[in-house]
Design a protein around this ligand. Structure first.
Ligand SMILES: [Zn+2]
Length: 164
């Protein structure tokens, strides 16, 4: 579930690392501290570590909605930080797709494109079609429900997810 949440944080524009299953908890905590990231976890034991305060964010929830709500309660998340500026698969900042790349997309999709973006890491083109429109609505919905008042500024640190 946290991996899905991680992909949504990337969709919102947050620099988000998603832990591989095999990574040791202590290693994740060390990396989070080194990088100045938050470590989002469902592992309550991690919150007991002496260096956890201020870095480890424990959240509960059985579905994506609950996880997003739980996270938003503990940290100021701006769900409209920079939508679709990062690759949801690999976290790499997206660039504008070239006209050539857009031309190479399947025809029936091309007709509905507003904008297209390219991930140099995945070598993949994403376009602002109906799927992205649905996701934008979702982000706007979360922003309305969960975003903190505008004066809140605790948004500098970026999340990192650990395994569920
Ligand atoms: Zn990518």
């Amino acid at each position: 579930m946290l991996q899905r949440l991680g992909r949504w944080l990337r969709a919102a524009g947050y620099d988000t690392l998603i832990a591989r299953d095999a990574e040791a908890d202590y290693e994740l905590l060390r990396q989070a501290l080194d990088d100045g990231r938050l470590l989002i976890t469902r592992d309550r034991e991690l919150t007991q570590h002496r260096r956890a305060p201020g870095t480890v964010i424990y959240i509960e929830g059985d579905n994506l909605q609950q996880c997003a709500a739980g996270l938003s309660e503990k940290v100021s998340i701006n769900w409209l930080l920079a939508p679709f500026s990062r690759c949801m698969n690999c976290n790499t900042p997206l660039v504008d797709a070239s006209p050539q790349q857009i031309r190479s997309l399947p025809l029936q999709r091309k007709e509905h494109i507003n904008a297209a973006f390219y991930c140099p890491e995945c070598n993949q083109v994403f376009w602002d079609g109906s799927h992205v429109k649905r996701m934008r609505r979702h982000l706007r919905d979360w922003a309305e429900k969960y975003s903190p008042p505008a004066e809140s500024t605790e948004r500098r640190r970026v999340p990192q997810l650990t395994k569920a």
